[in-house]
Design a protein around this ligand. Structure first.
Ligand code: GLN
Ligand code: ZN
Length: 755
């Protein structure tokens, strides 16, 4: 008998129950006990789903009140000392303050979990860090699962990944100096789990998929030698990337088993898998934990069969990684088109797929003939559906030539022509696109979506909003205006809804961080733009003013990154299709008299692959996709782009190759330090480094803005420098927005007098 399990289950709840419970607790509408009870009921339901589907072990330890890295720190007692909490008696109020900050302490830093859209809280390491024990939550959860009759497999974030994912704050020259202490803490935890009767512990070491520092690699063997004594059986799990370069290491570890992600970038052959040395168990992550497509069971089965034949009981079946990254249950989608729905699988469906594969291996294909036939039919339908392949788009893709990705003239010539046309002052002022999304705007959009108000009523209300935003900007004296984006609920969804090839769900929520969830659309077919998407809004806005109105689009990489993508063609092909659709929109905007067009790419950097060796390929196609959007216009049309979280000093040649006339970036929180790379690289085109942080309601003083601009001027020539906030203003209130922008304009004007 092979064994079926998953590395983790989504914790947020099929209807985001955990989100709502957390937010109610934070508001003070419910107490700690109520939150704990809700959490316990969710865990129970999630184990039930796993057991009902037929999985042998249910996963315990994948639950977290905010984040699994913070949960691990709470277990170890290694919470940041600066909060002054007693780790042994940490309560949920304090736990929440670690994640969200309090009046004395800023929150723990949050950053992206590998190349997913999940964010974890970054451990803070110092010479004072102790691992003397913290909460008993994990042990209680084990007891809860056992009491309910489940066989738990406990999951822990591995010690080496934990150290590597943290940041050294003080008093240490390397995080690994903490390893001896940390290991004895893990030993203590493992012993306790063993006493509880836990037979398997999955220890996650996802850092194996990164370019890992040799110092870390050297610790794997001693570390797992230490951990495998007097402990439950250890399943060492790697995921998110190819670990074939660590094959010898993995096989030499004294662990009872190894889990591999066989979906993402693996180059391991069937031969290698079938010859996996005894006595290690090999857990094969064959069902995609990062995407929402139904598995082609037959073809996976045929790959598994020789491995199973060779390994027998040592062959386990699983998803590639934790199902944290997919929505919970496709059955909730009652409005989804039946054909599309048949191509998808969310967490619950994926669990069933794992069980089907296991049964097919153990009992033969005949035992699950029906499930296999249904899978075949779905594969067949997806391959042949007219909704996937569009010959016109294929033809257009084929026809892309070098000239399509190049503006007519180089930047120096273009900027001269643009300057002549626009006559902008030195240090032109602008904003990033969105203005405050008031409750009234949201209500209007929602009412329109529910068909409660007519199209004309909706138009009138949105136009009124646009006209308000335009007149406010004129009063403020901004140089380049925007329409404010009141019609957009989300910068990807807005466009996706107007493009063929994009699908949407009602409950496809995925945790992004804490209580925050996203509902990414999915791209299933060739992307095609049947008609203009933004032109009427922008043209209307332009008609209200003599100042230049910037058109506002979401770029191809961001459209891709923030969606579930096709797995039947490379990402770059999908990116190119989206780029062609956007190119048409850019040209239509130009035609309609919009002379400045911003193509937002906030997700440009987050698309970077995990390993540096893969960067150049990604950057090449990502840059090309942007150029494809931008290069269809005249020299006098000014192309802007915007990127948040702009730590991209290491990829500046590619940012420059995008050749946007103007790039606006987020820099205020780093005190303009992010600009340093731009100076040493001597970035050629115009730059607008954000002069104030829009994430906080605080109104920056003109002097602060002037100081930041002074710093920017030491790096960027005056003629190239723009003045703008860090990002869009949609989450802000009008009052602070007006004050902040007035100060920004004042600072720019003051600077003009000096320059
Ligand atoms: N134009 C968008 C806005 O202003 C950009 C958002 C973003 O960069 N995330 O809201
Ligand atoms: Zn931004």
């Amino acid at each position: 008998m092979s064994l079926a399990h998953i590395p983790g289950y989504p914790r947020i709840g099929a209807h985001r129950e955990l989100k709502f419970a957390l937010e109610s607790f934070w508001r003070g509408d419910s107490n700690e006990q109520q939150l704990q009870e809700l959490a316990a009921s969710l865990r129970l339901r999630h184990w039930q789903s796993q057991a009902n589907a037929g999985l042998d072990l249910v996963t315990v330890g994948d639950f977290a009140y905010y984040d699994h890295v913070l949960q691990t720190l709470a277990l170890l007692g290694a919470i940041p000392e600066r909060f002054g909490f007693d780790p042994a008696s940490l309560n949920l109020q304090q736990y929440s303050e670690l994640a969200r900050g309090n009046s004395q302490q800023f929150a723990m830093e949050m950053t992206k979990w590998f190349d997913t859209n999940y964010h974890y809280l970054v451990p803070e390491w110092s010479q004072h860090t102790r691992f003397d024990g913290g909460t008993n939550w994990l042990f209680d959860e084990v007891s809860q699962a056992q009491a309910a009759g489940f066989q738990p497999k406990v999951v822990l974030l591995g010690p080496l990944s934990l150290l590597a994912l943290g940041k050294v704050k003080s008093g240490l020259s390397h995080a690994l100096e903490l390893l001896p202490q940390l290991l004895s803490a893990y030993q203590g935890i493992l012993q306790r789990l063993q006493q509880q009767g836990v037979s398997w512990v999955q220890i996650d070491e996802p850092v194996l998929s990164l370019d890992l520092d040799a110092a870390y690699l050297a610790q794997f063997l001693p570390c797992y030698q230490a951990l495998s004594q007097q402990a439950p059986k250890i399943l060492l799990a790697s995921y998110f990337g190819d670990v074939s370069q660590h094959l010898d290491l993995l096989q030499s570890l004294p662990v009872a088993g190894v889990h591999l992600d066989l979906v993402r970038g693996t180059t391991l052959t069937t031969d290698v898998l079938a010859n996996w040395p005894a006595p290690q168990v090999l857990s094969l992550g064959v069902v995609d934990g990062r995407n929402i497509w139904r598995t082609d069971l037959r073809s996976v089965l045929h790959k598994l069969q020789p491995v199973h034949a060779a390994l027998g009981e040592r062959c386990w079946i699983s998803s590639s990684c934790s199902l944290l990254h997919v929505p919970v249950d496709l059955d909730s989608e009652t409005r989804l088109d039946i054909e599309l729905k048949n191509w998808l699988a969310f967490a619950n469906q994926k669990i069933t797929e794992i069980q089907t594969l296991r049964l097919a291996l153990d009992q033969g294909e005949a035992a699950v003939a029906e499930q296999l036939a249904a899978s075949d039919q779905a594969v067949q339908s997806r391959q042949s559906s007219k909704r996937i392949h569009n010959p016109l788009i294929q033809k257009r893709l084929q026809a892309i030539a070098a000239k399509d990705t190049q503006r007519h003239s180089g930047f120096s010539e273009r900027i001269r022509a643009q300057q002549e046309k626009w006559q902008l002052p030195l240090f032109p002022t602008t904003t990033i696109g969105s203005f405050p999304q008031t409750p009234a705007i949201r209500q209007t959009r929602a009412a329109y979506k529910r068909a409660e108000i007519s199209h004309l009523d909706y138009l009138e209300k949105m136009r009124a909003e646009i006209s308000l935003v335009v007149s406010k900007q004129e009063e403020l004296g901004l140089d380049v205006l925007v329409h404010g984006e009141p019609e957009r609920n989300d910068m990807v969804e807005y466009f996706g809804e107007q493009l063929w090839g994009y699908g949407f769900t009602d409950f496809g929520w995925v945790q992004s961080y804490g209580s925050r969830c996203v509902k990414p659309p999915f791209i299933y077919g060739d992307v095609y733009r049947p008609e203009a998407m933004t032109v009427s809004w922008s043209a209307y806005a332009q008609s209200l003013t003599d100042k230049p109105m910037k058109g506002m689009l979401t770029g191809p990489v961001t459209m891709l990154q923030w969606s579930f993508v096709r797995d039947d063609q490379p990402r770059e092909v999908t990116a190119r299709q989206i780029a062609l659709a956007l190119r048409d929109e850019v040209c239509d905007l130009e035609q309609a008299g919009i002379g400045m067009i911003q193509i937002d790419e906030p997700a440009f950097r987050e698309g970077l692959p995990l390993r540096q060796q893969d960067w150049a390929h990604y950057l090449d196609w990502a840059v090309q996709a942007f150029q494809l959007c931008a290069a269809g216009v005249r020299d006098t049309t000014q192309i802007h782009t915007h990127m948040c979280y702009s730590e991209f000093n290491d990829i500046l040649p590619w940012i420059a190759a995008m050749d946007a006339d103007v790039i606006t970036i987020e820099t205020s929180r780093s005190d303009m330090e992010l600009l340093d790379g731009f100076s040493s690289f001597s970035y050629p085109n115009d730059i607008g480094p954000g002069v104030y942080d829009i994430h906080s309601p605080r109104v920056p003083k003109p002097e602060e803005i002037a100081r930041l601009l002074g710093k920017a001027r030491s790096v960027i020539p005056d003629a190239r420098l723009w003045v703008n906030p860090d990002c869009g203003l949609k989450t802000r209130q009008w009052q602070e927005t007006e004050l902040a922008l007035a100060n920004m304009v004042a600072a720019a004007r003051q600077l003009r007098l000096l320059a």
